[in-house]
Design a protein around this ligand. Structure first.
Ligand code: ADP
Length: 165
């Protein structure tokens, strides 16, 4: 069985993440999307909400499973029995950090390789943080995130979004 994990914050999941999920799911037998539960950061959506959202938006992809985890991605991958960690690359600005992470992970566990998928061009500009900022100011996020996320952002930032209308 080829198993990969795709770890991230997914706060919230965007069309860019979904694109990486769909494309990497085609490469493996099982893809485990790992939602990082990081006590140092205060996320907009709790780990449980992020898991629920991801389950909802990936329900049509049979070989994808969603789990939350804390700690090291490479340890999460090992526990899942994965041979690969998937990460997405948008621009050169992602590269330094991602290269360093991949190299650190390969020192920690040489049996697990990191695979990078380059972003699809139409999603290259997308990030969870811009989506949150846009939503907070009442901007239209429907081109950036799936409808399930638009609704949840709307309830979080309802006041600001209503003011726009
Ligand atoms: P993290 O906090 O681990 O960076 P993110 O949820 O921001 O978590 O991102 C998870 C992974 O998805 C990262 O590898 C990131 O580069 C990638 N990613 C984020 N947005 C996009 C996008 N628009 N296109 C392709 N990859 C993306």
């Amino acid at each position: 069985m080829r198993i990969a994990v795709y770890p991230g914050s997914f706060d919230p999941v965007t069309f860019g993440h979904l694109d990486v999920i769909r494309r990497s799911a085609r490469l493996v037998d099982e893809l485990v999307v790992g939602v990082l539960h990081n006590s140092a950061k205060t996320p907009l959506f709790s780990a449980e909400e992020r898991v629920n959202i991801l389950e909802e938006v990936t329900k049509d992809i049979p070989n994808v499973r969603i789990e939350s985890f804390s700690g090291l991605s490479v340890e999460f991958a090992r526990k899942c029995g994965a041979q690969f960690i998937v990460r997405g690359l948008r621009a050169i600005t992602d590269f330094d950090y991602e290269l360093q992470m991949a190299q650190t992970n390969s020192v920690l566990n040489p049996d697990i390789d990191t695979i990078f998928l380059t972003t699809s061009l139409q999603y290259a500009y997308l990030s969870s943080s811009t989506v949150k900022e846009l939503a907070a100011y009442g901007g239209d996020v429907s081109k950036s995130v799936p409808p399930a996320v638009v609704d949840r952002l709307y309830s979080r930032f309802g006041k600001a979004m209503n003011n726009e209308k």
